[in-house]
Ligand binder design. Sequence first.
Ligand code: GTP
Ligand code: MG
Length: 200
Amino acid sequence: MQIKSSEFLISSSSYKKCPKPDKAEFAFIGRSNVGKSSLINMLTNRKKLAKISSTPGKTQLINHFLINTKWYLVDLPGYGWAKASKTEKLKWENMIRGYILGRENLVSMFVLVDSRHEPQKIDTEFIDFLGEKGIPFVIVFTKADKLSKNKVSASIAAYKKKLKSTWEDLPQMITTSSSTRLGKEDVLNFIDQTLREVPF
Ligand code: GTP
Ligand code: MG
């Protein structure tokens, strides 16, 4: 699939304020600073569609983009932002939980994890939460350009090993780099395939 058009629609503070759920929706989530907004720009061939910042916590609302006039792409605020206050964390949790459990047209999530790090509790807990709730998702390893190929493979192997303790069937995994555009086709093919299987 090629992304021919991408348009920012709206930022919402609750899933109840999001666009009408009449199109298939894919949401990007992960730790703050993991590279969600960068990946979205890479996928859409746009430099500034989603706002990027080296300061964690740039994305704070549910951001909707309309892609190819057919499906929604959503940039979600990252979790694990160290400087966030307790109140901010709670606000985030309520917003994201509400979105994930309440957004009826959400067909799959992309959970981004930094390929440089060992499995982090905050990520595996989130992944387990999606599993418990039966929310489909793909794990996306980001920033692969910052590591050698061998190290990327080792990171993925470590992740698989960790997830095998709670998961019978491992989730699908895609390795990406927004700098080298690695994994672009894999992500877009997954979306394309999924769009064929949903009733939107
Ligand atoms: P929040 O919105 O704060 O949650 O962050 P985010 O997950 O949207 O991350 P963002 O895309 O803003 O990127 C964070 C930082 O990582 C920026 O400085 C990016 O330039 C950098 N970055 C993102 N993806 C890549 C990548 O694939 N390779 C490299 N080398 N740097 C990346
Ligand atoms: Mg962001």
